[in-house]
Write a protein that binds this ligand. Sequence first.
Ligand SMILES: Nc1ncnc2c1ncn2[C@@H]1O[C@H](COP(=O)(O)OP(=O)(O)OP(=O)(O)O)[C@@H](O)[C@H]1O
Length: 258
Amino acid sequence: MSRPVKGTAAVQPLDLAASDEKTTVAMAIELSHLKKSYALKPVLRNIDLVLPRGQRLALLGANGAGKTTLLRILAGLSKAGSGTVFIEGLDSRYELQEIRRQIGFVAHQPYLYEELTVLENLLFFGQLYAVAQTRERAMMLLQRVGMERRSNERIRALSRGQVQRVAWARALLHAPSLLLLDEPDTGLDQNGNQLVQALLDEHTARGGSMLFTTHNLERALSWSDRIVILAGGRVVYQHETASLTHEELVQRYQEVVR
Ligand SMILES: Nc1ncnc2c1ncn2[C@@H]1O[C@H](COP(=O)(O)OP(=O)(O)OP(=O)(O)O)[C@@H](O)[C@H]1O
């Protein structure tokens, strides 16, 4: 199969001769006409969405709006029904393996093996992503998330919050450029929340991008550059965070989410 021409997510050289043409911004995510149904029931209906590199996007919406479905498609864990998905300029139809190397996913499910120890899990994922000096990097990240003393314990012996911390270490192991976070603010204690905040600050300081879901409107405002609301599987609202007050967001949310 011939490799298709990449979408506009690819970095375009600046062509001064064609300066009146639209300049293409490098995109971490570029979705076009994305649709997804489960057993004929439409869950995502014609989603168009872009996330420029280095930016943070908060995805809001009521229970069942389609947020997790969208994240799973972006992470390459579920297939789009139709439409196109480009991650870092890579086409999900043809370059899924490369896309997975770009993404760190923290979800409700930890994607860890219960019967393996904390360290064994990280070494396994490190091998999968061909991470250099995996053991050193794994131990460094376990220390970062406060789990280095539990490195030889099996996942099934850990509390939910501890598992979540290991899931963060797993998601960051291969230094992904794009973080996809499904309700990252649930299940963590006060220290855990501060840790997540610090990890996200470090990620964005390195130029990384992120898309996260939350039901907490204040968290959406404080963590994002742009806010998108999904309802009935459609993007019904989007706005730059900097020019949005909490009151305005609450009002818009109530208007578009029923
Ligand atoms: N594997 C599946 N099979 C069938 N239907 C599914 C499946 N996964 C999700 N759905 C349906 O798709 C719709 C969207 O679900 P999704 O989990 O994406 O919503 P969400 O916005 O993440 O909700 P929440 O805020 O509750 O996490 C729901 O109606 C759900 O029942």
